[in-house]
Design a protein. Structure first.
Length: 285
């Protein structure tokens, strides 16, 4: 495992991303903010990933200010004719802020993972003072497995939706009104916000795919018993799990964590304390 830092001084995020994307076949990006200028900085290698049969996935936050409709439209139009997927985070509440910056770029068994402060914007990639940890490691390294688990939690959050044209039009209208009148609160603003939230209620959520199962998650899923099962059924396979991750001293806790992620993905159903059952989605993987 190799760890470096991208801070836009000694090494820019743009250069690190461009280099990693050039070698990738599976790309997953979860950011709070996305701008067209930021997307432009990495679009050539992203396009190459798609043209050579790779997959690209974006999880983007919406704030009606920094995340630009133009960039969302760009990704949406690309998704209609390629293996690019776009999902948006639409929590209407204000108690917490959707603020991740996680980049996962995989080629066969090797992964470049970046966690830090850079959004996919021109500022985040080159202009701002940022701090990002760049981890290069095997897919089976436990920290890489954990980062894919974090990504899946973000992807299968109940507020995550797959946008359509009407949704993007409404978001663009929200951005326009906010830009023209930062102090919102009139009837037109409330009606537009209400229409946007109503649209969100009818959008599709992400569906689990085989490539979502990585590392620990794939290991636990592979050993799920048929039908109903308990935590103890999986604890009985602890020796097998230790063969894959010999340095883990909390295997049972790790198993419970993976079951929670599988539940959020819709692949298992929680029946009661320590009791589970596979769902029909499992048959489609």
């Amino acid at each position: 495992m190799q760890i470096t830092v991208a801070d836009n001084a000694q090494q820019t995020m743009a250069s690190v991303l461009q280099s990693a994307l050039e070698r990738s076949r599976d790309v997953r990006i979860a950011v709070a903010f996305l701008s067209q200028s930021g997307l432009d900085r990495v679009w050539p290698p992203l396009q190459k990933v798609l043209q050579t049969g790779g997959a690209v996935e974006f999880l983007v936050g919406l704030d009606a200010t920094v995340t630009e409709p133009q960039a969302l439209w760009h990704l949406y139009e690309t998704s209609r004719a390629s293996q690019l997927a776009l999902y948006c985070y639409t929590d209407p509440g204000t108690a917490s802020l959707y603020h991740p910056k996680l980049y996962l770029m995989r080629n066969d068994a090797d992964v470049v993972a970046i966690v830090g402060s850079s959004n996919l914007t021109q500022g985040g990639l080159e202009d701002n003072v940022e701090v990002n940890m760049v981890i290069q490691a095997s897919l089976e390294t436990e920290i890489i497995s954990d980062l894919y688990g974090v990504y899946n939690r973000l992807k299968f959050d109940p507020h995550r939706v797959e946008p359509d044209e009407e949704f993007l039009e409404l978001y663009e209208a929200l951005c326009t009104r906010k830009r023209r009148s930062p102090r919102q609160g009139g009837r037109a603003d409330r009606d537009l916000t209400r229409a946007f939230r109503e649209k969100v209620r009818h959008l599709r959520r992400p569906s689990p795919l085989a490539h979502d199962l990585v590392g620990w998650l794939k290991l636990v899923y592979t050993h799920l018993p048929d039908g109903e099962f308990t935590n103890q059924d999986l604890y009985a396979r602890e020796a097998v799990f230790r063969q894959h991750y010999p340095n883990n001293r909390n295997v049972q806790a790790k198993v419970r964590q993976q079951l929670q992620i599988l539940r959020d993905m819709g692949l298992v159903e929680h029946l009661g304390p320590s009791h589970w059952r596979k769902t029909t989605w499992s048959e489609r993987l």
